[in-house]
Ligand binder design. Structure first.
Ligand SMILES: NC(=O)c1ccc[n+]([C@@H]2O[C@H](COP(=O)([O-])OP(=O)(O)OC[C@H]3O[C@@H](n4cnc5c(N)ncnc54)[C@H](O)[C@@H]3O)[C@@H](O)[C@H]2O)c1
Length: 377
């Protein structure tokens, strides 16, 4: 009998953006067996998609509630063990809540919930049981991001004095100027997306990444957001000033109307003794700058990398690995946690990242709405 984890999927159907990333990631280390799903609210489409990807349809359910009820009727050794929640944002909280309360492990897409109050409620539920909860801030799975975090923690660039995260996309530009398109895109609908589009979708990745690589908490923020049109209720661009402590400060720049940009996410951390820089569109290069010395380029798979970085590299140096591999590394860590094996907590983001992320989104929107003022996180 297979010792793979029995894995359920919610959302992530054929037409979705993120489903394929999770399916490939889950299959990467042979740890998960796709056992059941509600890929789509339309049952017929759901079944068709299951057939298309070649999985049995006996555990493809009509809806989420039916799925949980029917799985709970099964003996534990047959029941799904871990679910991935890949639906639009407004479904993350009700699904994750019910799954945790019913004893399942959860892998959840970001933003974790619709607001901070829900995030705190979810945290309380998880605190009561020992279920694994992972939040897929995908980019933390890159080997060179893990290396960056380790190097900063070990003092490679000295005390952090400035951080800079940029996340520029252009995909909303063709949508925002067309009134019918901007009123029918779920990410611009507060009922489905939450109180923020740009900060909730990509600003939160940049924020989590800054806290992840520096191992520091951002203490306060001052935001200036852009909505472009009066009838558009969601920010689609914004700049946030950051304070990490009394001396370390920074900036987070995000946009979904940065015309023709694709997924231009970059991060730089400036320390007293040097700088580390990385960018998502070229994720296998980590740049180390030191005063008076030639710039160094660090790459995955070499012995100079830390064990947790090397653990995220499958092939010898020079074989480029990308976003599928980064998500695969997150799934690998989650499998270890579920099986009770040893793992490094930096292998996957979790509940704390989700709670702080939701606080960030709410605080940034409040800072803007209240007249671009400093707010404490
Ligand atoms: N980690 C990342 O880097 C990353 C990247 C992209 C998207 N995301 C997140 O992933 C989530 C999904 O984004 P997407 O771009 O794939 O969205 P999408 O609109 O492309 O797909 C959403 C999927 O959810 C399904 N769905 C909708 N309602 C459902 C229901 N009631 N039950 C079951 N399935 C349902 C749809 O059929 C579809 O398959 C979002 O929360 C988004 O923020 C994360």
């Amino acid at each position: 009998m297979s010792n793979k984890l029995r894995w359920g999927v919610l959302g992530g159907g054929g037409e979705s953006l993120i489903g394929v990333l999770h399916r490939v990631a889950a299959s990467m280390f042979d740890s998960y067996q796709l056992t059941g799903a509600v890929f789509n609210p339309d049952f017929e489409k759901n079944i068709l998609f299951a057939r298309e990807i070649g999985i049995p349809t006996d555990r493809i359910y009509e809806d989420f509630d039916t799925m949980v009820a029917r799985e709970l009727e099964l003996p534990e050794e047959e029941r799904i063990q871990v679910f991935s929640v890949l639906t639009p944002n407004f479904l993350h909280f009700p699904m994750a809540k019910k799954l945790l309360e019913s004893g399942f492990h959860v892998i959840c897409e970001k933003p974790m919930t619709m607001n901070y109050a829900e995030a705190l409620e979810l945290q309380e539920i998880q605190n009561k049981n020992n279920n694994v909860f992972a939040l897929t801030h995908t980019y933390t799975g890159y080997p060179m991001i893990r290396q960056m975090k380790k190097m900063i923690a070990e003092g490679a660039i000295g005390e952090v004095q400035k951080v800079d995260a940029q996340y520029y996309q252009g995909w909303i530009n063709p949508i925002i100027h067309d009134p019918s398109l901007r009123s029918t895109t779920w990410r611009l609908d507060p009922e489905k997306s939450g109180i923020s589009c740009c900060m909730g979708d990509i600003g939160v990745h940049a924020y989590q990444m800054l806290e992840y690589v520096t191992s520091m908490d951002i203490r306060s923020v001052l935001a200036d957001l852009n909505y472009l049109y009066e009838d558009n209720k969601m920010d689609i661009d914004g700049t946030v000033l950051l304070r990490l402590n009394d001396s370390a400060k920074g900036v987070l720049r995000t946009s979904q109307i940065a015309t023709a940009e694709e997924n231009n996410f970059s991060i730089a951390v400036f320390g007293r003794e040097g700088t580390l820089k990385w960018d998502q569109e070229n994720p296998n290069y980590l740049y180390l700058l030191k005063e008076g010395k030639p710039a160094q380029t660090l790459k995955p798979g070499h012995d100079y990398n830390s064990p947790v970085s090397l653990d995220g590299t499958k092939l010898p140096p020079g074989h480029p690995e990308g976003i599928f591999d980064a998500m695969g590394n997150i799934y690998k860590g989650v499998a270890r946690a579920i099986r009770g094996e040893e793992y490094d907590p930096m292998e996957f983001p979790g509940m704390r990242d989700g709670v702080r992320g939701m606080k960030f989104i709410e605080t940034v929107v409040a800072s803007h709405m209240e007249g671009n003022i400093w707010k404490t996180l």
